[in-house]
Design a protein around this ligand. Structure first.
Ligand SMILES: NC(=O)C1=CN([C@@H]2O[C@H](COP(=O)(O)OP(=O)(O)OC[C@H]3O[C@@H](n4cnc5c(N)ncnc54)[C@H](O)[C@@H]3O)[C@@H](O)[C@H]2O)[C@@H](O)CC1
Ligand SMILES: Nc1ncnc2c1ncn2[C@@H]1O[C@H](COP(=O)(O)OP(=O)(O)OP(=O)(O)O)[C@@H](O)[C@H]1O
Length: 385
């Protein structure tokens, strides 16, 4: 039996007995998560902040943010809890004035050409002044990387993200791709497929598209979308159709996992899928303010860091509750894919509960920053200490 066949109440029990990392007296800083965010630009500083704060509030120990120089100074004033590395250089920077061949328009075709075949002076500059600095952060025992929130769509930044993503995928560590990271993958899906086809890579990749990003992604991998069916008012019909599309898209992207956000979030992983309907346990929030997706990605990143530690089995006795696990799935240990699906289940449940609690207090004035404040209490209500 697979974790996918468990009832919702059993899934929480399964998560507690497996991927939820205990807090033990002998642990040292970093063991509950060392997460890297690549995102934050002149235009968007909220996204990496919501994400970074959410993952720390979920229990991660250390968060590094690699962002644009301008975003860096702003982010440092928001929060001393995040480690900010303002290494990304955009084409607006004085440092790259005079570089030829950097697209100056929003044309996606020009951007793809630039990503495929960047001029040699651009390549040399990024390699020696930017990628090298980012690699020094990547090499600090990072256990999950999130690429995209607030990254923006500047050609030099996307080129740098492309190079960094390829490196991280080869390292075998879990990666979440969100927001502008999804835009990058939609422009050039081979970024993912090339790296994941390589024998060196066994990275677990989760894409977290909102409905617009999902449509863009489907188009990029030649999955045709019937918009009427995708936005059907009948939840069951919509869930079935979204699952069908997401499965096709996942298959064309080397079976990466997709967490498609919407009225019900849907997780798909190769051939398996699950509709994450929390409506029976959580009163839904009716607020759709920006930043809730970033908050969800943060919670998910920490859950995935713990799931990766669970798979390695070195930090705590992962078989302590194996009788519970065996009773639920007939085996003592989850597979890697089950760990990812369970992480998505847990993250969406905690996000929905946090939004619900924030909404109960603030109603129409609820903001993403209010949601973040309820992550701790939601976690405690659902999981315990
Ligand atoms: N405070 C901040 O700094 C925030 C920054 N954000 C960043 O803003 C950038 C652009 O993100 P967008 O989501 O706007 O970009 P998209 O280009 O994906 O969205 C394009 C359009 O789709 C609309 N849209 C989004 N979700 C939709 C839905 N569920 N149904 C119907 N229409 C929908 C948006 O309102 C927008 O007009 C990203 O870097 C993102 O991370 C967002 O994360 C929100 C918060
Ligand atoms: N119609 C809906 N009903 C209930 N919850 C929803 C609905 N649409 C989205 N959500 C939830 O809100 C959260 C944010 O989803 P959204 O689609 O706004 O993501 P996003 O655009 O990536 O967010 P962000 O503004 O952070 O970039 C997710 O947890 C999602 O499940």
């Amino acid at each position: 039996m697979s974790a996918l066949q468990c009832k919702p109440s059993q899934l929480l029990q399964l998560a507690k007995a497996t991927i939820i990392q205990p807090m033990l007296p002998h642990f040292h800083k970093g063991q509950a998560g060392r997460i890297l965010i690549i995102g934050g630009s002149e235009d968007y500083t909220g996204a990496p902040f919501f994400l970074g704060h959410a993952l720390m509030q979920m229990g991660c120990d250390l968060t590094h943010v690699v962002c644009d120089a301008v975003a860096g100074s702003t982010l440092k004033t928001y929060s001393p809890d995040l480690m900010i590395h303002p290494y990304l250089v955009s084409s607006a920077s004085e440092r790259v004035k005079g570089f030829k061949g950097v697209p100056k328009t929003d044309s996606e075709a020009d951007l793809v050409v630039f990503l495929d075949d960047s001029p040699s002076d651009v390549k040399a500059f990024i390699d020696s002044h930017v990628t090298l600095r980012i690699n020094s952060v990547v090499s600090r025992s990072i256990n999950v990387t999130v690429v995209g929130p607030g990254l923006g769509r500047d050609p030099l930044v996307l080129y740098t993200a492309q190079k960094t993503l390829a490196l991280i995928l080869l390292s075998g560590n879990p990666v979440i791709i969100d927001a502008d990271g999804l835009y990058l993958v939609s422009l050039k899906p081979s970024i993912l497929t090339d790296a994941l086809n390589s024998e060196q890579s066994n990275s677990q990749v989760v894409l977290t598209p909102n409905i617009m990003e999902f449509q863009r992604l489907c188009k990029a991998v030649n999955v045709s979308v019937d918009l009427e069916k995708l936005s059907s008012k009948d939840p069951e019909a919509r869930d079935t159709y979204t699952t069908e599309l997401a499965t096709l898209a996942s298959n064309r992207l080397h079976n990466v996992s997709l967490l498609v956000k919407g009225y019900h979030d849907i997780v798909v992983n190769g051939k398996t899928s699950m509709v994450l309907d929390h409506s029976k346990s959580v009163i839904p929030s009716l607020r759709r303010c920006g930043g809730q997706g970033d908050t969800l990605t943060g919670i998910l990143a920490t859950a995935m860091a713990w799931a990766a530690n669970y798979q390695k089995g070195r930090l705590w006795d992962i078989y302590e509750h194996s009788h519970v696990v065996e009773g639920l799935i007939g085996r003592k240990k989850l597979t890697k894919d089950e760990g990812i699906i369970l992480s998505c289940y847990l993250a969406t449940l905690i996000l929905r509960k946090s939004s619900s609690q924030a909404y109960a207090e603030k109603k129409r004035s609820m903001l993403a920053s209010d949601v973040g404040k309820f992550i701790g209490s939601s976690y405690e209500d659902l999981v315990g200490e």
